[in-house]
Design a protein around this ligand. Structure first.
Ligand code: KDG
Length: 323
């Protein structure tokens, strides 16, 4: 049994050792990144069984992706190696203020060569849930078609599906991004945009109006990230706001959305049967609180996922909050 399957591009991330300027910094650390594998790791740490599927080069960086993920307890037995195209890399440039800048070296990567014919039913075997993001469709027309096909297949097979738009403006044009992301929303049960992504997709609306509009497109649950304001969730039965957790030392915002997705799904997966009819207030609030906690934790560590808690650590923090 597998709780969650994710599909996406995992890359090797280089960050300057001293968080200095990318141009001059001579020392770099090397680690794993990739929105979907971040979610797989986050959920594995919280005790869920996860499988990551993706394409990697037949190179040492591809080996590193696999050993890191399997070391974190993620099933990588369906990962595919490409003999001709490389594993992608990317660099983070830390800024004194605001989000780090990101520089991708991923055109022509093994993952970008994913096409619908490569989608394999076996990827979903034994699984209850599929999580995808808007990054895979941003890599090209074929990867977009492949994402769509896997979402459709998952639904046919009775899996629930979550979709994080993860808008990456560097990867595609505004017009294609908007059209493609909007077209994928009806194929998910759980949609988790940020407030800026909601505005990108639908224009400026009141927060509550976004919830209603996205629910009308088909998802049964919409969880919106509101940054420093926490988050808000919408179902047919409830609209719930959840307060943010304090961020004591802001280090790296990249990966916070994936951490949010991990926290959210870790609760929602225990309520899979209730999602279709509209999850109630209590479970929705618990999911959002966990999501907020994990999001805040991810920002306090260098790297996308290294700061994510185990189940015991997370319970300790949440219990401490109640006292
Ligand atoms: O959400 C974090 C991701 O942005 C990062 O891990 C790299 O997957 C990545 C991407 O495509 O930006």
């Amino acid at each position: 049994r597998v709780d969650v399957v994710t599909l996406g591009e995992s890359m090797i991330l280089f960050q300057s050792y001293n968080q200095g300027a990318l141009q001059y910094e001579p020392l770099f650390t090397k680690s794993l990144a990739g929105a979907e594998s971040n979610v797989a790791i986050g959920l594995a740490r919280l005790g869920k069984k996860t499988r990551w599927v993706g394409r990697l080069g037949s190179d040492p960086f591809g080996d590193l992706v696999l050993t890191t993920l399997s070391g974190q307890g993620v099933d990588v037995s369906h990962a595919v190696r490409d003999a001709e195209a490389p594993t992608a890399v990317y660099f983070k440039d830390f800024k004194r203020y605001g989000d780090p800048a990101v520089y991708y070296y991923r055109k022509g990567s093994a993952a970008s060569r994913l096409s619908p014919e490569m989608i394999d039913e076996a990827w979903l075997a034994g699984a209850g849930h599929l999580h995808v993001t808007g990054i895979t469709p941003a890599l090209g027309e074929q990867t977009a078609a492949a994402t769509r096909k896997l979402m459709e297949l998952a639904r046919e097979k009775g899996l629930t599906v979550s979709f994080d738009p993860n808008l990456r403006r560097k990867l595609w044009s505004e017009e294609t991004a908007r059209k493609t992301l909007l077209s994928l929303i009806p194929l998910c049960d759980i949609f988790m945009p940020g407030d800026e992504e909601a505005e990108f997709l639908l224009g400026k609306l009141e927060i509550e109006a976004y919830g209603e509009a996205f629910l009308n497109m088909g998802p049964k649950l919409v969880a919106m990230k509101l940054g420093a304001e926490g988050s808000i969730g919408f179902t047919q039965k409830a609209v719930v706001r959840a307060e943010p957790f304090a961020v004591d030392r802001l280090i790296d915002t990249v990966g916070a959305g994936d951490a949010f997705a991990s926290g959210l799904l870790s609760v929602l997966l225990d309520h899979r049967d209730e999602i279709a009819d509209g999850l109630g207030e209590e479970a929705l609030h618990e999911a959002l609180r966990r999501a907020n906690l994990l999001g805040s934790m991810a920002t306090q560590f260098k790297g996308d996922w290294e700061g994510l808690p185990t189940l015991a650590e997370m319970r300790g923090i949440l219990d401490g909050e109640k006292n």
